[in-house]
Structure formats: C-alpha cells, structure tokens
Design a protein around this ligand. Structure first.
Ligand code: EPU
Length: 451
C-alpha cells in the first residue's frame, strides 16, 4: 500500500485550484441512468470514487466517454443490468445511488446492502422506507436489496425523513423524477450537492423545486433527456486547504471555490483566528491572524451547519490553537479514529463518546500513522504538515478516493510531501498518475473499508 512521507514545518505559500465536488459528481453520474440520451458532465474530479462510479455505469451497460480528463459523456441507452454487485458496493458505499435511478426508470433495481464502515454503521433503511412510500416492494435477498415497482413505475408520495440523509434525499429525488404524480420530501438534506443534482435533473427535464430547503417538491415526468452540466467546486477540499494554510502559518490563494457553500466552516475558522478574505466570489486569500490561533468549540450538524466532513481537519487545527476546544460529532458515531493517530504525534486529545476535548497548543512531532478513512487521512496530512520531523502516513488509498492530486497540489505550494509507492518499479509519486493509470485500464482500486 502506498504511503505519504511528509517533512513538516514549512509554511505553504501560493495558489491552489479547487476541483469538482466528489459528493456531487457521484449522484450526478448516477442520474445519467435516468435517460437513454447523452448527459455530459464537466468538472468531474479525477479521484478513485469517480472511477468506481464510472465502472458501475459501464457494468450496467452505459457507455462513458471522457473526451477530456474531467468531462464524462454518459449514454445509458442500452442498460442491460439493474444491479450494483457486492464487489463494487464494498469498495464504495455511494454505489447505492444507483438504486433510485434504476428503480425510477426501469422499475427494478438490485444493490448489495452496504455493511458498516470505518466511520459508523451507516444503514440505508431510510432510503428503502422512502422507496416503499413511492410504491416499491423492497426485500433483502442474500445480502442484496431488491426493489421493484409493481406496475413498472413508482407513484409520487410524501416522504418525511426522520433523520436528514444526503444520499437518501438524492436517491428519492432521482427515483421520484420519473414517478407518476407529485412527491414531497420533508426534512430533506440541504447540502449544496443536493441543489447541484436538482439543477442537473431539471436540465434533463425533471420538475423539481425547493432543493436546498427542507422541503423538495417533485412533479414526476414521463421521460428525461440529454443535458450538459458543470459540477460545483468541492467545498470540503476548499475547507481542507483553508486549514492547510492556517495550520502551517502560510498564505494560500484558493481559487475556483464557492465560499457561499461553506459559510459555517469559514465563520468558525475566522473565530479561531484564521484570516479569510474573499478576493472575488470564487477566490479566497487565507492566512493566520497575527494574534494566532484560538481554540473554539464546534458541533457537526447537517448543512448549513458545520459539516462532519471537516471535523477531522478542524481537530488537527485545534491541536495548534491556544486553549481547549470541545468538538462534538453528531452525524457518525465512530468518526474520531484520527484522534488516536494525532495523539501519537503529540496531540492532547481526550475522546468521550461523541465528544473530543482538544488541548492546545501541542508541539506535534512526526510519527508513522495510519489513515482510517478519507477525511481522517486529510487531517493526518494536515497534522504532518504542521509537525516537526517526518510523518509517514499509511493506507493513503483512502485519500485518493476524494482528493484530486493532493500531493501535486501541496508540493506546488511548498509542502515537502511525497508518495512512497509500495511497488518500487513504478517511479510515480503523484496521485494523479496513479488514478490515471486506473482510468486507462478501467480498474477499480480495492478499498476494504469504504466511507
Ligand atoms: N442514516 C440512517 N439511515 C439511512 C441513512 C442515513 O440512519 O437510511 C444516518 C447515518 O447513519 C448517519 C446520518 O443518517 O448517521 C447521516 O447520513 P447520510 O445518509 O446523510 O450520509 P451519506 O449520504 O451516507 C453523505 C456523504 C458523506 C458525508 C455525509 C454527511 C456522499 C457520497 N457521502 O453520506 O461523505 O459525510 O453525507 O454529510 O455524499 C465523505 O465524503 O468523506 C463522506 C463520508
């Protein structure tokens, strides 16, 4: 398994370009299954989860062309299979996003039930209950979820989510787009990725209103058609690089982002002593305030509040702030795995249930550490950049799932980071090339612990 070797203590300086949002591109690629016509998606990030999603579409019978690296032209005209097998679902939970479009268009879908993962149990019961409310018959057969619309088509209905679920909301939006009649989703997720998916679906001919609010109204249509759409910038990648500038006491210009998509993150980081200046609507200039970093408490909650996907990176920053901060994780029950690794680097963190108490400012010292999931990996990279000495991060396949060319990007702004490849016969030290090789030969890089 590849590792990252980081020699920390260098302030990052320069410009970083943000890529497309992984968690938007995943449902948007799934949505291409809703039509026989060609859907063109631009700004699809070049990360392993998207390679896996592309592989899923191709396995189902869709044709996927990539005339440019980040453009996908998908034609799901000859879909012959209606299932996402265990081999794919076990590498990427987001394969469950195939359920909604397959059920909506073909009235049948079979998707392997995802198991627990590194950050929690993560059931999909709410997706399945919602499909039943839309008239589907859902059963579990030998580990697979099998869903069928009895008359071949779903029927619009009220779906009231008891817990806010991002992919659940997306699955229902896609399924209901082709149902008969009206569907109303209440307690819907409000993430920018939901709005982005609704934008794409509406361009394809769907009639969806209210995405980005707690209530989404969907008037079902008979068919959807071709569309062209550009994926929004990745707000979590943006937040991660904001923290990278602050934790290294550097100065980064972060370009091609949407600050309006991470208001809670920006507000919290400003409170914590990070200067974040909006140079224009898509560019931020980030550095530490002269007064230094201050500890500030945070609680993760669904959008528009502070996202769970920034919790680990924020924890890394708080190890470098003056004072004590309490970080409460309310979305996933097991998302503090990075804390024990940071402690190996000298951080003072105490975990009690869903709370972490971080005492700063700790002198971090490089150590060998283990990445447990995507955002945990990012937080360890950040801690390694701030630490004195060498940090060796193992299992970095997690970070390849969601951060495009992170080694190249960080090196371009002065970080001393390199990829140590397990196979020394392959000299590349850059994630892009690894991902590129996987695209070229159409492989899926196995990930035994999807998140
Ligand atoms: N939940 C249920 N039942 C369900 C669905 C969700 O109990 O049927 C619970 C979950 O266990 C969790 C909470 O509801 O406690 C919220 O989960 P949600 O369904 O919103 O998460 P998700 O859709 O599986 C997406 C992102 C995650 C991100 C979460 C929360 C994608 C592909 N994944 O997951 O992204 O953490 O929303 O914002 O959009 C990441 O990118 O690193 C990542 C894990």
């Amino acid at each position: 398994m590849d590792k990252f070797l980081i020699r920390g203590g260098r302030p990052l300086q320069g410009k970083i370009e943000i890529g497309g949002a992984k968690n938007s591109a995943l449902p948007c690629l799934a949505a291409t299954l809703l039509t026989a016509e060609t859907v063109t998606l631009h700004n699809v990030p070049y990360v392993k989860d998207l390679i896996t999603q592309r592989r899923l579409l191709e396995d189902l019978g869709a044709t996927v062309l990539t005339p440019e690296l980040r453009t996908h032209k998908v034609t799901a005209k000859n879909v012959t299979l209606f299932e996402a097998p265990y081999e794919l679902v076990k590498t990427m939970r987001a394969s469950v996003l195939a359920l909604g479009p397959l059920l909506g268009r073909f009235g049948q879908a079979k998707v392997s039930l995802p198991g627990g993962c590194a950050i929690g149990t993560r059931p999909i019961d709410l997706h399945l209950k919602a499909f039943e409310q839309l008239g589907a018959q859902v059963s579990l057969e030998k580990g697979d979820v099998v869903a069928r619309a009895p008359k071949g088509r779903l029927v619009g209905s009220d779906v009231d989510f008891e817990t806010v679920t991002v992919t659940g909301t997306e699955n229902v939006m896609m399924a209901a787009a082709l149902a008969t009649g009206r569907t109303v989703i209440r307690n819907a997720a409000m993430e920018p990725e939901i709005e982005d998916l609704a934008d794409l679906l509406n361009k394809m001919g769907a009639r969806i209103k209210g995405a980005g609010t707690p209530q989404i109204d969907i008037e079902g249509v008979d068919e959807l058609g071709s569309a062209e759409h550009t994926i929004i910038p990745d707000r979590i990648e943006t937040g991660t690089f904001i923290v990278a500038a602050a934790i290294t006491d550097g100065e980064l210009e972060i370009k091609g982002c949407r600050p309006d998509h991470l208001v809670a993150v920006i507000d919290k980081l400003r409170e914590a002593g990070v200067s974040i200046e909006e140079l224009n609507p898509s560019t931020l200039l980030v550095k530490r305030e002269p007064s230094g970093l201050k500890s500030r408490d945070v609680t993760t909650e669904p959008h528009p509040k502070f996202p769970t996907d920034m919790q680990a990176q924020y924890m890394a920053l708080m190890t470098q702030a003056e004072g004590t901060s309490v970080i409460i994780e309310t979305i996933f029950e097991n998302r503090f795995m990075h804390a024990s690794e940071m402690k190996r680097m000298g951080a003072d963190i105490q975990i009690s249930g869903s709370s972490a108490v971080v005492r700063g400012r700790a002198q971090l010292v490089g150590a060998p550490v283990l990445a447990s999931d995507l955002r945990a990996s990012a937080s360890l990279v950040l801690a390694g950049l701030a630490a004195g000495g060498e940090t060796l991060i193992d299992r970095v396949y997690h970070i390849d799932r969601g951060y495009e060319t992170i080694v190249r990007k960080l090196r371009s702004v002065g970080a001393d980071i390199e990829r140590i490849k397990e196979d020394v016969t392959q000299p590349t030290n850059d994630a892009a090339e690894t991902a590129g090789a996987a695209v070229a030969i159409g492989t899926v890089v196995d990930n035994p612990s999807p998140s």
